[in-house]
Ligand binder design. Structure first.
Ligand code: AMP
Length: 134
């Protein structure tokens, strides 16, 4: 059965898209640690552990995530974009990109932000706009 993230990449489940190419997809995390918290996934490989990916998919995912991080930092001012891979919840490889101003911003035990859908839409649109400039 397809994972929830495969369904998102296919448009069968809605998401706030921030970037896409033929093989990879990026969208806002629905329980963000910070505004702009983004998930980056391979579209055609669901493996639940990033270090099981073959080198081509792994390197492609990392290169795509780098480009998304550049767009994210341009759209959501922050000191750095932090990177995390957990995979404790969704069994489909994904990289978290989180705008950081302090080390504590990458603490996944923190209470997540509650944002209205209009705000998610605004943030996603601004990241997508920056991504399209790259
Ligand atoms: P983990 O697998 O531990 O990296 O956590 C999965 C992440 O996916 C969590 O941060 C969730 O908030 C996020 N998530 C789960 N379902 C969705 C969804 N439908 N749209 C966006 N983000 C999601």
């Amino acid at each position: 059965m397809a994972t929830v993230f495969t369904k998102i990449a296919k448009g069968e489940i809605p998401s706030w898209k921030v970037a896409e190419n033929e093989d990879f997809y990026a969208f806002l995390d629905i329980n963000p640690l910070a505004e702009g918290h983004t998930l980056v996934i391979p579209k055609h490989v669901e493996d639940d552990y990033i270090f099981h990916l073959d080198d081509e998919v792994y390197l492609g995912l990392c290169a795509f995530a780098k480009k998304v991080a550049v767009a994210l930092k341009a759209a959501v001012p922050c000191k750095r974009v932090g990177v995390a891979v957990l995979g404790m919840e969704v069994p489909h490889t994904h990289i978290h990109l989180v705008p950081l101003n302090t080390e504590a911003d990458l603490d996944f035990r923190r209470q997540k932000l509650q944002l209205p859908s209009e705000r998610f839409a605004e943030i996603a649109e601004s990241i997508l706009k920056e991504y399209e400039k790259l």
